[in-house]
Design a protein around this ligand. Structure first.
Ligand code: GLC
Length: 693
């Protein structure tokens, strides 16, 4: 009996000394690891579930309601939980909290495609810094952004979040964005690694891609971003790659990402339900989000049975701890809950102005004459789509639409049309719903107008602006009729407006408020000017109006090709688009069959993506090429001078107004790019640009 009591006493002493007073520091991770039990280790690599994301709906007590996820704490060793939040166009958290009068709105920045259209790394870094600051001040440790998958095909529902068809532009812009976020002491997350280029069947789709194509295109942008920005985290995608789920693909997550590229951060899953957790750990996927307790139990069981090496688990735990010790939560930062939304709105406007692309400007239609009266057509003129839907949605404090923006710039707008559209929008308010609160609401449908109304508008206005709006988002791909293609209603409206206004010698401008590429070739000859606004964030109307007025000289350039016909694109042969126009939803799998044969996409086009496809002999024309964009001034570009891994180019403003120029270097593939500062008429500058190896 005495022996047992001695043993108990000793074990009590040992146990109490286990980590007695030991707390996590930046320099004692190995010691902490040695003190952790297997269950504690397993709890560190499995997220804390959906409580944070759903707190706004169900009132869970969490630090940041609406943030996408959290890790789990181990208090006895001073290991805090950290907070992870979406998204690429701004922080996505609940704007209001039960029991508080305070608000927690976040700045709605322009979408990824517009940021890439700026071709301006410094400006994109500024956007990242503003988002990182809002994350810091709202108590978030890691931003789940940027989304940066290659825009393989225009019908991918999440292209709005992504940057480009070209890996150099995509990777470089992503890196600038990451440097901005992380300059605030908050982590960023490259997503979705990798080859997540469609939303249809996204949880199970098997992307079948040749190695050369992977390396040159679909992994290349991630490789560039890792090298140029040292992101704290990477998010593995939902899909499979050549038969293996990326989240459990050791070749991808360890051999390529870590061993070849030198990535030393943490890899997390996308918000997957339970999968083969042990295989994920063994592959080097460190954190299972959102996380389920059953995954903790699975890991403990597998380690105890010797089916998962504790060493593999330890590697992941160390990377989780490495991440935690970098975070504001670990450093005890007290968030103010009051970021400077006013100055961030200015950044959003500045980015929108530089990413809007002038596609057509016949006979100096733009800029508009001061004080012009504009007739605004299209629901999008009054209900600007500031961003896409899904986890990329942002609860913005406001959105400036085109009507308001023009009024602020001193233009008057047709009150009759405004009244009609506003009544239409009011009659089509989406029902408040849980999903809408989480992921954004659909816009009002387009409204048809009688010829009489159009003619009356043409009689009293100086110019017509027709906005074509398109929404898209996570969880579903786009389709052809009424989405990529104009609807019959839109075609009729545009034809009526052009006939009525141009018949009186008045100009017609089309504004594209879209999240992705649409068909333009069949109608672009009708209007006098075309402005691609993308989804330009909460200050989009302000930015648009400042360009239409000429206060800002457009400097955006296309990061993606606008084809003449969808089927000109080689990838159209292997994309799960929906002819019917009902839209495709992702997810789901054929439970009765081996998942390996359910839903796969063969990247048969190989390297023929975007502008690469049009360099072949006999390739069709495009409607608007990659890198295209007009200005209100003109520039002269000197011959590039190559020196080692840089290239220098002089640029002179040969026009009559100040403007910024974008320089693209390379041929046939993009090898370098840059943007000049604002050049006054006659002013010259020289850009020295790094060459992609
Ligand atoms: C989503 C998205 C991912 C997002 C995550 C958390 O399914 O694919 O981009 O960060 O879940 O919301």
């Amino acid at each position: 009996m005495k022996k047992i009591s001695v043993l108990i006493a000793l074990s009590m002493v040992c146990f109490s000394s286990l980590g007695q007073g030991l707390v996590l520091r930046q320099d004692n991770i190995d010691e902490i690891l040695s003190q952790l039990t297997v269950r504690e280790k397993a709890s560190l690599v499995v997220g804390a579930g959906y409580k944070s994301m759903l707190a706004g709906q169900f009132g869970f007590k969490v630090p940041v309601p609406g943030a996408a996820g959290m890790t789990r704490a181990v208090p006895r060793l001073g290991i805090p939980a950290i907070v992870l939040s979406d998204g690429p166009a701004g922080v996505r958290i609940e704007p209001k909290r039960k029991g508080s009068d305070a608000t927690f709105f976040c700045t709605g920045f322009p979408i990824g495609s517009l940021l890439a259209s700026t071709w301006n790394q410094e400006l994109v870094k500024k956007v990242g810094a503003a988002i990182g600051n809002e994350a810091l001040e709202y108590g978030i440790d890691v931003m789940l952004a940027p989304g940066m998958n290659i825009q393989r095909n225009p019908l991918c529902g999440r292209n709005f979040e992504y940057y480009s068809e070209d890996p150099l532009l995509s990777g470089t812009i992503a890196a600038a964005y990451v440097r901005g976020i992380q300059s605030q002491g908050v982590g960023a997350c490259l997503k979705h690694f990798a080859v997540n280029n469609q939303e249809t069947n996204r949880f199970w789709n098997d992307a079948q891609v040749a190695d050369e194509v992977l390396r040159e295109i679909y992994l290349r942008n991630f490789e560039i971003a890792v090298a140029q920005s040292k992101p704290w985290t990477v998010m593995a995608s939902y899909n499979r790659l050549n038969g293996i789920h990326t989240q459990e693909d050791k070749w991808l997550l360890t051999d390529v990402l870590r061993t070849e590229w030198g990535f030393d951060g943490l890899v997390m899953t996308d918000w997957t339900g339970r999968r083969n957790t042990a295989a994920q750990i063994a592959a080097g996927c460190d954190l299972m989000e959102p996380g389920k307790r059953s995954q903790i139990r699975e890991l403990v069981r597998k380690v105890r049975r010797g089916e998962l090496s504790e060493q593999a688990l330890d590697s992941c735990v160390c990377r989780v701890l490495d991440l935690i010790v970098k975070t504001p939560a670990f450093k005890g930062y007290k968030p103010s809950q009051a970021p400077d939304l006013t100055s961030h709105a200015e950044v959003a406007r500045e980015a929108a102005e530089e990413g809007i692309v002038l596609l057509k400007n016949e006979a100096g239609t733009l800029p508009l004459a001061a004080g012009s009266r504009a007739a605004l057509f299209g629901v999008g003129s009054y209900q600007l789509l500031a961003g896409g839907t899904g986890s990329g949605h942002v609860h913005r404090p406001y959105v400036v639409n085109l009507e308001e923006g023009l009024s602020r710039e001193g233009f008057s707008v047709s009150p009759q049309l405004s009244g009609l559209y506003r009544e239409h929008i009011a009659n089509h308010r989406p029902r408040k719903s849980f999903m809408a609160g989480m992921l954004g609401s659909p816009a009002a449908p387009e409204m048809s107008l009688s010829r009489e109304i159009v003619n009356a508008a043409a009689a009293e206005a100086d110019v017509a602006i027709v906005t074509i709006a398109r929404q898209a988002g996570e969880g579903g791909d786009r389709h052809l009729p009424g989405d990529f293609l104009l609807t019959d209603l839109e075609k009729q409206l545009l034809a009526d407006v052009c006939e009525a206004f141009q018949g009186q010698g008045k100009k017609v401008i089309v504004v594209l408020n879209v999240g992705g590429v649409i068909e333009t070739a069949s109608w672009k000859q009708l209007s006098d000017a075309i402005v691609l606004a993308w989804q330009p964030g909460q200050e989009g109307g302000t930015a648009l109006a400042r360009i239409l007025s000429g206060r800002v000289c457009p400097s955006g350039r296309l990061p993606v090709t606008f084809p003449v016909d969808y089927f000109d694109l080689p990838s159209s042969k292997n994309f799960p688009y929906d002819y019917t126009g009902r839209g495709s939803m992702s997810g789901g799998r054929d439970k009765d069959r081996d998942v390996r044969n359910v839903g796969y996409t063969v990247y048969e086009e190989g390297l023929d993506i975007g502008y690469r496809a049009y360099q072949k002999a006999g390739a069709p024309e495009v409607s608007f090429p990659f890198g295209f964009g007009l200005s209100f001034t003109t520039f002269e570009q000197g011959e590039p001078v190559y020196a080692g891994n840089t290239v220098s180019v002089s640029v002179r403003n040969t026009g009559s107004v100040a403007g910024k120029a974008v320089v693209l270097i390379g041929g046939p593939l993009l090898r370098a790019f840059g943007k000049t500062p604002l050049l006054q008429p006659g002013e010259t500058t020289t850009l020295v640009l790094p060459l992609l190896p």
